[in-house]
Design a protein around this ligand. Structure first.
Ligand SMILES: Nc1ncnc2c1ncn2[C@@H]1O[C@H](COP(=O)(O)OP(=O)(O)OP(=O)(O)O)[C@@H](O)[C@H]1O
Ligand SMILES: [Mg+2]
Length: 354
């Protein structure tokens, strides 16, 4: 898919922008703090209906403004759908997002400096990554995740009562069943997502690094290879006393992690800064193929500052690799020479061809 004819009104530091991006590679340059990331955020917002940067709608409207409007044409072959979204401040001070939903084939994959967390942050960052990816593959992943979080919260509330009376086990019973069923569903889909990523990740990392280094990703859970709800149920029962004592659920997909290894060693503990950045980028680029298969069209690729901290050779490999993607938006403070790229320059919230 592609995005064309973008219009922004009062979005971040853009008062009014009308822009027709190129169908293939768009390189957006400009000094710091001029609006490069803001522009990418707007593109992601048009496609997915939310910001990859913040969950607070209030932040994205231009300061002092009561509303922001974004629109763009989402194009897939001969099909063209205009998606328009409006964020407005209501009288009670809260913000509301309205507008059409994007067609079900619309997908965007975004990479930004926050993604370094996937490699060097805590397990929650890796769970978010795999859930975000699974959501781009499987329509029912987000509803399952929401349901799982509700059950987990209810179960934890019961455990927090810490009353070891006989009634507690009875009250926990139905929640355990639901937790095991929905938890295993979530876990199963995450495992499938990891499997879908593995081969591409190894290929992309080798291509980007230019080395024969091998990157591997594995799903890590206390449940081992088990796939049946009964296994999770049994694990809950084994830990029940401890759970009551500590007032929280101690086994399940909310405690799982991903192992990410470069040549057999933990990327988080031993990877160089450049290797970690490259691994994070490779994880995003590895999403492209499985997401294309799932959506029936290639996603747009939004790469914020994807070249920084990389040496010139590796930068060259990155630029080469993204040539084969469909539509790409790449920001960088300096202007690299890229074959066939449309170049744009951002300055204080306005965009001009460079
Ligand atoms: N809601 C807003 N309203 C108006 N201006 C905003 C808003 N949010 C952010 N800005 C401005 O946008 C600027 C940041 O823009 P952006 O993050 O796009 O910069 P950038 O070009 O990506 O810079 P860098 O090269 O440092 O990453 C901030 O310095 C701020 O002045
Ligand atoms: Mg930026």
């Amino acid at each position: 898919m592609q995005i064309g004819c973008v219009q922004l009104l009062e979005f971040r530091n853009y008062r009014a922008l009308a822009w027709s991006p190129a169908p293939h590679l768009n390189v957006i340059t400009g000094p710091n703090a001029q609006g490069k990331t803001n522009l990418l955020e707007a593109l992601g917002f048009i496609v997915t209906g939310r910001s990859f940067r913040t969950a607070r709608a209030a932040e994205v409207a231009r300061w002092g403004s009561e509303a922001a409007i974004l629109s763009g044409d989402l194009i897939r072959g001969e099909t063209r759908r205009t998606v328009r979204r409006k964020l407005s401040r209501l009288e009670d001070g809260t913000w509301q997002t309205t507008g059409e939903s994007a067609p079900e084939w619309a997908r965007a994959i975004a990479f930004g400096w926050q993604d370094l967390e996937i490699v060097n942050g805590g397990p929650a960052a890796r769970r978010n990554f795999i859930d975000g990816f699974a959501a781009r593959l499987y329509a029912n992943h987000v509803p399952t995740l929401i349901r799982f979080r509700q059950i987990l919260a209810r179960r934890n509330r019961l455990l927090q009562q810490r009353s070891v009376d006989a009634g507690l086990a009875t009250r926990l019973g139905p929640w355990n069943e639901q937790f095991a069923t929905v938890g295993m569903e979530l876990l199963g889909r995450r495992r499938k997502a990891v499997a879908a990523l593995q081969t591409e990740l190894a290929r992309v990392y080798a291509a980007l690094s230019g080395a024969r280094s091998k990157v591997e990703i594995r799903y890590r859970t206390a449940l081992g290879e088990a796939a049946e709800p009964a296994a999770l149920l049994a694990a809950l029962e084994r830990r029940q006393r401890e759970e009551i004592r500590r007032g929280q659920t101690l086994v399940g997909p909310h405690r799982d992690d991903l192992a990410i290894e470069i040549d057999g060693v933990d990327a988080r503990a031993f990877g160089s800064r450049g290797q970690q950045r490259l691994t994070a980028l490779a994880l995003r680029l590895a999403e492209i193929l499985p997401v294309t298969d799932a959506a029936g069209t290639a996603p747009i690729l939004i790469l914020d500052d994807a070249l920084s901290e990389l040496d010139p050779t590796v930068r060259g490999h990155v630029l080469h690799e993204i040539q084969s993607a469909e539509q790409v938006f790449l920001t960088t403070p300096d202007a690299p020479v890229v074959d066939g790229a449309a170049m744009f320059h951002v300055n204080d919230g306005s965009l001009v061809p460079a």
